[in-house]
Ligand binder design. Structure first.
Ligand code: SAH
Ligand code: DHB
Ligand code: MG
Length: 218
């Protein structure tokens, strides 16, 4: 029976057209034994388009893996734009570095290896676009940092906010708690306007949240 993944393949082939470097990045990530949890090509191109729509020049990503989303983000900014991306695992950063270089965006991207909560205090804002996609337990803290490193007009994207519906488990595991905390912050923070969209596809039933910073810190 036709399903979400078939439709995704059709949309990828018809609309998204990932090039060889993007296909290679996913293959190299899998070949290195890393988890197949990168965004889908439809989502990756959505990030690229968001960067273009926002006119982003400085992007901050939390959670690099093999650099698949990073390539899309880097392709959404001008030649003199920059992506800072935070990754805990040195082995992931090594694979990402190679994938980014092969994709021709290596010069735009700095990979900060270590716990993102150690890196974030060393970074200087403002960033124009944030993509938060690392350990979900820390999502509220990552969102706090994004706001701190933002300016009015900055865009924040938070990945994996539905996770097959597990977001409804009020007493769920720490990842669910982290994402619920971040969603509550998104929905109530005086500096943010936000929404969240459910998604289906090869990564099953999930979703992403989108926010814009509407005011400077008081
Ligand atoms: N954004 C990527 C997928 C990221 S997967 C893409 O869509 O292509 C999540 C990544 O976050 C993993 O590589 C994991 O090692 C990393 N990570 C987990 N905990 C982290 C932490 N505390 N600080 C930084 N990175 C972390
Ligand atoms: C997981 C993490 C992700 O960022 C994702 O997009 C999918 C799954 C995970 O930790 O299982
Ligand atoms: Mg994710």
């Amino acid at each position: 029976m036709t399903g979400w993944a078939d439709v995704e393949r059709y949309l990828v082939d018809t609309v998204v057209h990932p090039d060889g470097a993007l296909v290679n990045a996913v293959e190299a990530t899998a070949h290195a034994g890393m988890p197949a949890i990168e965004v889908t090509p439809t989502q990756g191109k959505f990030l690229m388009l968001l960067a273009k729509i926002a006119g982003a020049r400085r992007v901050l990503e939390i959670g690099t893996l093999g650099g698949f989303s990073t390539i899309w983000l880097a392709r959404g900014i001008p030649d003199d734009g920059t992506v800072d991306t935070c990754e805990y695992e040195q082995a992931h950063a090594d694979v990402a570095r190679r994938n980014l270089d092969l994709a021709g965006v290596g010069k735009k991207v700095t990979i900060h290896v270590g716990a993102a909560l150690d890196t974030l205090p060393t970074l200087a804002g403002p960033y124009d676009l944030f993509f938060i996609d690392a350990d979900k337990v820390n999502n509220p803290r990552y969102l706090d940092w994004a706001i701190r490193l933002s300016r009015p007009g900055s865009v924040i994207v938070l990945d994996n906010v539905v996770r097959g519906g597990s977001v409804l488990e009020a007493d769920g595991d720490e990842a669910v708690q982290g994402t619920r905390g971040a969603l509550e912050l998104l929905g109530s923070h005086p500096q943010l306007e936000a929404t969240a969209l459910q998604t289906v596809g090869s990564k099953d039933w999930d979703g992403l949240a989108l926010a814009v910073v509407v005011a400077a810190a008081p």
